[in-house]
Design a protein around this ligand. Structure first.
Ligand code: FEO
Length: 404
């Protein structure tokens, strides 16, 4: 059975929702599922914008057969060929052998690499600024390299202001009928998944997102709809989401607040993390979030690190090093290029406390544009009364920095 929604005149969402996949890219948990968005334009000529993951191909085909009602599919525009969107390309080519495929040179190269058999079909290679008319609708193609793969482009329909934004402005979470961001309480129910998606998937490529935002800035007044490849379509309050993307891709925190990430073997480092959280709240900084790195998925830690201005790392020493899960979290922050945060350190070690110096060294040597507060809480096995002044001093330093 088909499952489609009208986006605007002539344009339909023909994608699918996936609640079966547990791990996006086989790494990021998606408890609320994910959508693979594809869009069909019914103009004098018909055009499909992107396809879907292989697991959702059947739904895409039923949607297309319903809407096309026997009309040919004239064009297939591939903005992003990564397999969660491009895996069904070949099936489209088999069903509609006359379809002309529009994409970038690099995209066709990658399709060949992945073994999609595109070369027996008419391929139209486009680059920045090229246009294509489908009848009433004229679209222009805009290069979007590294948002999130090098071949990516976005397509702007100059006739009705629809921006097919590829991975940009996407989100984890299945749509479950609610296609538009204004049909959900996005700021309450979706923003965390949207941030987790962007920061973990495209976080490393902030400067490339900035480049795309600059290009979009030139036509901002003409953009009426943003149609991403995952998550809701935007037709109202576009600046709310554009501003979020701007902050995330500049690595600027959304909020003044403190993330306390602790690594604790027997609960003693955890107790110190909780004591610090209480002190901060007592001193008036209440936007405090405490996470156990051992039972919080690193994609969530990354997302929270992008949200908040201050990060406290509280780690036990393990094999004379940083606790491995804490180290993994730091490696992710480095890989995703997070910058402009203020760190504080709590270290613990029963006979050779090393974690504090090692975390400090990691931040200093491996990360960019970070500040580490001088005040540090050093524990020998457990927090006790003798450390009350040190704890208080650390809390004061964080409060002063947050309020600066
Ligand atoms: Fe959803 Fe970069 O693909």
């Amino acid at each position: 059975m088909y499952c489609v929604r009208n986006v605007t005149e002539d344009l339909y969402w023909v994608g699918a929702n996936d609640h079966r996949l547990h791990l996006f890219e086989n790494i990021h948990p998606i408890p609320r599922g994910v959508s693979y968005n594809a869009y069909l334009l019914l103009d004098e000529q018909t055009a499909l914008f992107d396809t879907v993951d292989w697991s959702a191909c059947r739904q895409l085909l039923e949607n297309l057969e319903h809407l096309l009602s026997g009309r040919p599919l004239d064009y297939l525009v591939i903005n992003h060929m990564e397999p969660d969107h491009g895996a069904s390309i070949e099936e489209i080519l088999i069903r509609w052998p006359e379809v002309k495929v529009i994409s970038t040179e690099k995209s066709f190269m990658l399709m060949r690499q992945f073994g999609f058999h595109v070369d027996s079909h008419e391929l139209i290679e486009v680059k920045e600024g090229d246009t294509q008319s489908f009848g009433k609708h004229v679209v222009t193609f805009v290069a979007a390299p590294m948002v999130h793969w090098p071949e990516a482009m976005v397509t702007f329909d100059t006739t009705n202001g629809v921006l097919f934004s590829a991975d940009a402005f996407g989100s984890f979470g299945a749509l479950d009928g609610k296609l538009f961001a204004d049909e959900v309480n996005f700021d309450r129910d979706w923003i965390d998944d949207a941030r987790r998606y962007l920061t973990n998937i495209v976080g490393k490529y902030g400067p490339h997102v900035q480049l795309l935002l600059k290009k979009a800035g030139g036509i901002l007044d003409q953009i009426k709809y943003i149609c991403p490849l995952h998550g809701p379509v935007w037709r109202k309050d576009l600046m709310y989401f554009i501003d979020k993307y701007d902050k995330w891709s500049r690595y600027e925190p959304e909020e003044k607040g403190v993330l306390i990430a602790y690594a604790s073997m027997y609960g003693n480092t955890e107790a110190a993390a909780q004591a610090l959280a209480s002190k901060l709240c007592e001193k008036g900084v209440t936007n405090v979030w405490v996470y156990d790195v051992s039972n919080t998925h690193v994609s969530q830690l990354v997302s929270e690190s992008f949200r908040l201005s201050h990060i406290v790392l509280a780690s036990v020493t393990y094999n004379l090093g940083i606790y491995p899960v804490m180290h993994d979290y730091l490696m992710h922050l480095k890989a995703l290029n997070l910058q402009h945060r203020t760190f504080a350190i709590i270290e613990n070690g029963s006979w050779a406390c090393k974690s504090g110096d090692l975390m400090q060294k990691f931040i200093d040597d491996e990360m960019k544009n970070m500040t580490v507060l001088n005040e540090r809480l050093s524990l020998a096995s457990a927090l006790n009364d003798s450390k009350a002044v040190e704890l208080d001093t650390l809390a004061d330093a964080i409060v002063e920095s947050v309020n600066a």
